[in-house]
Design a protein around this ligand. Structure first.
Ligand code: HEC
Length: 118
């Protein structure tokens, strides 16, 4: 093996190690920012308490409209996810993006459609 190839192989190995060290350091954060596995207990409580403060404890409506399975038939899953993450501008319905991941919002949308949290 020529000294030249040896040196470039060594450099390549260094990069590989450096990159995997970075990936390792960043991994815990990317699961926080990205799609985490929804925690049903946490989300069910959030829906009852936080969403319930406007939509009613049994989600039958209050300041916000009812979130009953009946009413949710008018929206498809992706529309509900969009409403949850981005809110309804010009109304008190706030965007939940700072607190909820896409996966969380999908879980909530599915649960509302099934009437699981009523
Ligand atoms: C600060 C009060 C408030 C909170 C908290 C709140 N909402 Fe709302 N939400 C509203 C209001 C008001 C509307 C009606 C907006 C409109 O006039 O179209 C609404 C509308 C909606 C709609 C559309 C309903 C429909 O059929 O038109 C969905 C779905 C929804 N909210 C889900 C949620 C979820 C899920 C949460 C909790 C993660 C939540 N909201 C928390 C006030 C709130």
């Amino acid at each position: 093996m020529s000294p030249m190839t040896q040196r470039s192989q060594k450099r390549w190995r260094w990069w590989r190690e450096a990159l995997s060290a970075i990936a390792f350091a960043v991994a815990p954060y990317s699961t926080v920012a990205g799609d985490t596995v929804p925690d049903p207990v946490k989300l069910a409580n959030l829906v009852r308490q936080d969403c319930g403060s406007c939509h009613g404890l049994t989600l039958k409506g209050g300041l916000g409209k009812p979130l009953t399975a009946d009413r949710m038939t008018q929206w498809d899953r992706s529309q509900i996810v969009h409403i949850i993450l981005d809110g309804v501008p010009g109304t008190p319905m706030p965007p939940w993006r700072p607190l909820l991941s896409e996966a969380d919002a999908r879980w909530i949308a599915d649960s509302l459609k099934k009437g699981m949290l009523q």
